[in-house]
Design a protein. Structure first.
Ligand code: OFO
Length: 169
């Protein structure tokens, strides 16, 4: 059974995962109207779906453990970006924020001696390691490419492979 504090903290995480899904959906839509960034758009559409799955997984857990998962109200995410690089920086920033929040939740489970939730959250800990890694790799690539058009062409061409590789890992 979840404590009230734990339930509220998990519901906050539900909101964060839902906001991530919305933020990445906005990135997908923005990328889709940039010339030649079709695979980047696809990458963020998939990323948005994934965040929704993370949200659902949390909601099901809260309800299973005797709490009540609340569907959150969401603010509009950032919908325009100065550049592709700027969008990917925001992606990484977002993932770091999510990782910090997961770490705080893990901390709370230890304080409360809630080992069931602690165990459940380990999946999110591993997931965040992977997501942060992918976001950092993509940011490093963009740093190297700079304004080089052929580099950007290859970046878009290859981005879905990066995703498939990290899914296999
Ligand atoms: Fe939910 O994993 Fe990214 O944010």
């Amino acid at each position: 059974m979840l404590s009230q504090t734990m339930q509220e903290a998990l519901n906050k995480q539900v909101m964060l995962e839902a906001s991530s899904s919305q933020a990445y959906l906005a990135m997908a839509s923005w990328a889709e109207i940039q010339p030649g960034m079709d695979n980047v758009a696809e990458y963020f559409y998939m990323q948005s779906e994934e965040e929704r799955i993370h949200m659902l997984k949390l909601m099901r857990f809260i309800n299973e453990r005797g709490g009540y998962a609340l569907v959150p109200a969401l603010a509009q995410p950032i919908v325009t970006f100065k550049s592709l690089k700027n969008m990917f920086e925001s992606f990484l920033q977002h993932e770091v924020e999510v990782s910090n929040s997961i770490n705080e939740l893990v901390d709370l489970t230890l304080k409360e001696k809630d080992y069931a939730t602690h165990n459940f959250l380990q999946w999110y800990v591993s997931e965040q390691i992977e997501e942060e890694k992918s976001a950092r790799i993509l940011n490093d690539k963009l740093e190297l490419i700079g304004e080089d058009k052929s580099g950007l062409y290859l970046f878009d061409r290859d981005i879905l492979n990066t995703r498939n590789q990290s899914e296999k890992a």
